[in-house]
Design a protein around this ligand. Structure first.
Ligand code: ADP
Length: 334
């Protein structure tokens, strides 16, 4: 379990649910998506119609599930939540689709991970509100068409480019979710602190926001850990000092790097002079699997401009040296 991981694995679902904004006004940041979605939903409501299908792309923890719930709430519709990996057979999808109520919102997380046959069934369901249920096997199999009530599909994916174009084209609206700015994350932290009944000052919130990797889910998680610390070791009030000390205990540094991230950077700088070094060699040096280094540590290091992936191997940037307080070896003289 990673304190700075962006996925919800291991999080207390009840607490996450309690912290979710309930309508578009409460939803912090993502001005573009919010404004566009507001128009889509208002127009649908004015027409008395079901809202167009919506595709939300963006990294985990940025608020895609929250937005899908808000869409349902704003449309006064019920919501069903499932995910691509949970739908392995077209029959699984047919069962869900055929039980939807009119106007219902179907949230399909990780929609790019659906099986091919399910995906093809979804094309027709999205476009014609119809599915063909296959009965029987082999040459005797027959397709029985089944009418569906109009519904709104909200698909979520980490990258819209992962979707096959025919699927992407069937969404009326695509919202691209960006990482949050520190100022926006401060607002998230203040809002959550209020809901959790925790006292926090502006600098305490800024300290947590700065370590949250642009991600509200991480901000909320760090806030809960800092709250524990404040209650056990102090008077319960979160100040900059309390936040910094608490997150130091959990080894989350002032830029949001955790122990693994720093181990990768440190090996790159201290053992390989900043690179270039191959991924496998770097992984052995930190005692981790290649995949762990590549998929867990590197994306954030690359995003932060601390590490670059080049054809010759991994290379540290000047910012990486500065962040670890190390001096790069002298460049070769003229
Ligand atoms: P995703 O589905 O993209 O992984 P979620 O919608 O589950 O992300 O959001 C993760 C957590 O972050 C939720 O508990 C929610 O409270 C919080 N959160 C996400 N976006 C916002 C936002 N814009 N404002 C306030 N809190 C947010």
């Amino acid at each position: 379990e990673r304190l700075v991981g962006a996925s919800a694995d291991g999080d207390d679902q009840a607490v996450e649910a309690a912290l979710r904004p309930k309508d578009l006004d409460e939803f912090i940041g993502q001005e573009k998506v919010r404004e566009q979605l507001d128009l889509v939903l208002k127009a649908a409501r004015a027409r008395g119609a079901t809202a167009d299908h919506v595709l939300l792309s963006g990294a985990p923890g940025l608020g895609k599930t929250t937005l899908s719930m808000i869409i349902a709430a704003e449309m006064g519709a019920p919501i069903r939540i499932t995910s691509g990996p949970a739908i392995q057979h077209a029959g699984d999808l047919a069962a869900i689709l055929s039980s939807l109520q009119e106007g219902e919102v179907l949230f399909l997380d990780e929609i790019h991970r659906m099986s091919r046959p399910a995906e093809e069934m979804l094309y027709m369901a999205m476009e014609d509100f119809r599915v063909d249920v296959i009965v029987g096997k082999g040459p005797g199999a027959t397709a029985i068409p089944l009418e569906l009530p109009p519904f709104t599909l909200v698909g979520a994916t980490t990258r819209a480019g992962l979707l096959p174009p025919p699927l992407r084209d069937r969404f009326g609206f695509t919202g691209h979710m960006e990482f949050y700015t520190p100022a926006e994350l401060e607002r998230v932290v203040h809002r959550s602190a209020l809901l959790l009944d925790v006292e926090i000052d502006a600098e305490g919130a800024a300290e947590i926001a700065g370590r949250s990797r642009g991600t509200p889910r991480i901000a909320n998680r760090l806030l809960r850990r800092v709250r524990d610390y404040a209650q056990v070791r102090a008077d319960g009030v979160i100040t900059r000092e309390i936040a910094a000390t608490a997150l130091g205990v959990y080894e989350v540094d002032d830029r949001g790097l955790d122990r693994l991230d720093r181990a990768v950077l440190e090996a790159l700088l201290k053992l390989f002079g900043g690179g270039p070094v191959g991924l496998s060699t770097l992984a052995v040096a930190v005692g981790e699997e290649r995949e762990t280094v590549e998929e867990v540590a590197e994306p954030f290091l690359v995003r932060e401009g601390l590490l670059a992936r080049t054809p010759r191997g991994r290379v540290a940037t000047p910012a990486a040296w500065a962040h670890l307080g190390l001096v790069p070896p002298q460049a070769a003289g003229p």
